[in-house]
Design a protein around this ligand. Sequence first.
Ligand SMILES: Cc1cc2nc3c(=O)[nH]c(=O)nc-3n(C[C@H](O)[C@H](O)[C@H](O)COP(=O)(O)OP(=O)(O)OC[C@H]3O[C@@H](n4cnc5c(N)ncnc54)[C@H](O)[C@@H]3O)c2cc1C
Length: 391
Amino acid sequence: MDLSLSPAEREFRDEVRTWLEENHPGPEPEGLAEVMAFRRDWQRQMHEAGWAGISWPQEYGGRGATLIEQAIFAGEMARAEAPSPANVLGLAMGGPVVIAHGTEEQKQRYLEPILSAGEIWCQGFSEPESGSDLASLKTKAVKDGDEWVVTGQKVWTTFAQYAKWCMLVARTDPDAPKHQGLTYFLMDMEQPGVEAKPLVQITGEGEFNEVFIEEARVPDANVIGGVGNGWSVAITTLMNERAGLAFAAIAQIANSLKRLGELAGETRANGGSAAEDPVYRQRIAQLHIEAEAMRLNGYRGLTKTMQSGVPGPEGSLGKWQWSDINQGIAELALDVEGGYAALERGAEHAIAGGAWQYSFLRSRANSIEGGTTDILKNIIAERVLGLPKLR
Ligand SMILES: Cc1cc2nc3c(=O)[nH]c(=O)nc-3n(C[C@H](O)[C@H](O)[C@H](O)COP(=O)(O)OP(=O)(O)OC[C@H]3O[C@@H](n4cnc5c(N)ncnc54)[C@H](O)[C@@H]3O)c2cc1C
């Protein structure tokens, strides 16, 4: 296997790198609403320069680049520590789903505003009683003329408070077997009957929401992939979510390991540094080894996607490895900080302004969001390794 870049890919990487050096918008402001506004501006700027929707078709406003170039771009964004675009769910999932399952009219209507961050998207899958077992969801949609009337509750809906559109999976046939009675809708969040209430996470931020839906209206034209076909459209969404993460995650882990190395090299009050301690050295080395395994598996997943044209279950491996490594780095960083780790974010002596404490708290969610590690292990066992199903 040749993992080096071709001359054209190197040229592409250099072009991305130069653009990011010249256009990096600087540090993000404090506060979620301010961060979202900042990221919307940043995404608009990216889009205007042709750096949003790297592998999307040009006719819908994308760059029409290859999947390798998309991976290079994601890696360069993370390497430059550029802010995330505002419309992460629209870019990673909503757009690819409309491209794969949408009608021509839907592509014309929805794709461009995803790229420009003109319309933010959220993902309405999980419910209070349905997370891992998504197909058991109860939110229902009942046909009324050429509209659907939706009633139910979603939960953990990231950025719902900023979203115009919700990728909503609802039950349209209560009598069909549970995977077959589902339909995938685009629901307008800005209507009476839809209310998003932020839930505060362990970090203190209200990134995700409860969404209460009471007789909300969705026109027939907003069904994606056909009535009763919601399960397969939902699977496309989740495969894109996990696969899309890989190369940004690889570069983000490389950045974190670099910072961890710097932290470990700092001399503490007792005179020594963690970098000189064999136990810490071993733990840091182990994380580097795992990061390298994750990087190579990222290429394995990308190769499969290039062969089949759609992201497959291999993305689950990267998501699992990323959450393990990211949590491992944050835990080790707090061990290295020792007593300083107990200081609050922003406290006078908090190391790096409490960035590691934030990272430690936020990374708790990594092994839950986008599919729990247990579920990913089941997917890998059954769909990548071909092991027999227990159920
Ligand atoms: C930060 C964050 C953001 C999120 N954003 C969104 C979003 O935007 N949209 C959205 O729809 N959802 C979102 N989620 C929800 C997320 O997808 C679910 O939390 C996740 O799928 C798990 O579902 P659950 O919380 O209901 O846990 P459960 O499914 O109840 O699982 C509880 C525990 O049981 C284990 N378990 C369950 N079933 C099995 C099994 N078959 N085999 C082995 N173990 C099993 C799980 O691994 C877990 O440890 C988000 C979650 C987080 C943490």
